[in-house]
Design a protein around this ligand. Structure first.
Ligand SMILES: [Fe+2]
Length: 257
């Protein structure tokens, strides 16, 4: 396990995309939307989110009644794992995104969806990014995994290798599930932040009734599984521990680098 990063590397490619979060500029309505989104998700997550997510939620100090201040979230994260939640202006090009992951900085959008898009937004907002992703960054092994993932991707040149690494991200960071005491629990942000996607996983046994198959995590199979982002996922991969994906990220270095 790496010690928390004290001096973070300088950003180059990501620099033009960094912004300041204007927390004082959020309206009462925007805080109310955050509050409603969190309140809706928590009952299901208390039962079906993995322990690391629920602990991380407390550790980074998320509040139900107000939008998170990224500087405060980062101040709680950094002593634990060296990660920060860093405000960006929107989608980053791949090199800038990987550069930030490799520096333990998570690209975080600051806008929040409107009330007519409570269930789904095509682009991530602060609810997806902070509520969905950031609690996991308080877990030391997940934190190491994500940094390593960024470093491996930053060093890749071929589009095919990057596409295969994109699948690893998809089936872990976005749609990851873990077996805890024999039960499937969610840790991927797409499952954490979406009631519909999460319900498919946790209802009907392993989700088979919902047209979903949960397989054991296998790096080679994950790298080979083509993702259709326009559809609900037909297959997810369950890990046994976060060490498993950290090892997988290290393994990709020798396979794809
Ligand atoms: Fe995401």
């Amino acid at each position: 396990m790496n010690a928390p990063v004290v001096e973070s590397p300088k950003l180059v490619a990501a620099l033009p995309y960094l912004i300041e979060q204007d927390w004082a500029g959020y309206t009462p309505e925007q805080h109310a939307i955050w509050s409603e989104l969190v309140t809706r998700r928590m009952p299901q997550l208390e039962e079906h989110a993995c322990a690391a997510y629920l602990e991380g939620f407390e550790q980074i100090g998320l509040q139900v009644d107000r939008l998170p201040e990224l500087a405060k979230v980062s101040a709680r994260l950094q002593p634990r794992t060296g990660w920060s939640s860093t405000a960006v202006s929107g989608f980053l090009p791949a090199d800038a995104f990987f550069e930030m992951l490799a520096a333990r900085k998570f690209t975080t959008t600051t806008w929040i969806r409107s009330r007519d898009a409570m269930e789904y937004t095509p682009e991530p907002d602060i609810f997806h990014d902070v509520f969905g992703h950031v609690p996991m960054h308080a877990h030391p092994v997940f934190a190491d995994f994500l940094e390593h993932y960024g470093k491996v991707c930053a060093g890749l040149k071929s589009a095919e290798a990057l596409e295969r690494m994109g699948r690893l991200f998809w089936f872990t960071v976005e749609f990851g599930v873990i077996r805890e005491a024999g039960k499937i629990k969610v840790y991927g942000s797409g499952l954490i932040s979406s009631h519909g996607e999460c319900t498919r996983v946790v209802e009907g046994g392993a989700g088979l009734a919902q047209g979903l198959e949960i397989r054991e995590f296998d790096l080679e199979k994950v790298l080979d599984t083509v993702v259709d982002v326009s559809k609900m996922q037909p297959v997810l991969y369950a890990i046994e521990s976060f060490e498993q994906i950290y090892e997988a990220a290290k393994e990709t270095e020798s396979r794809l680098g």
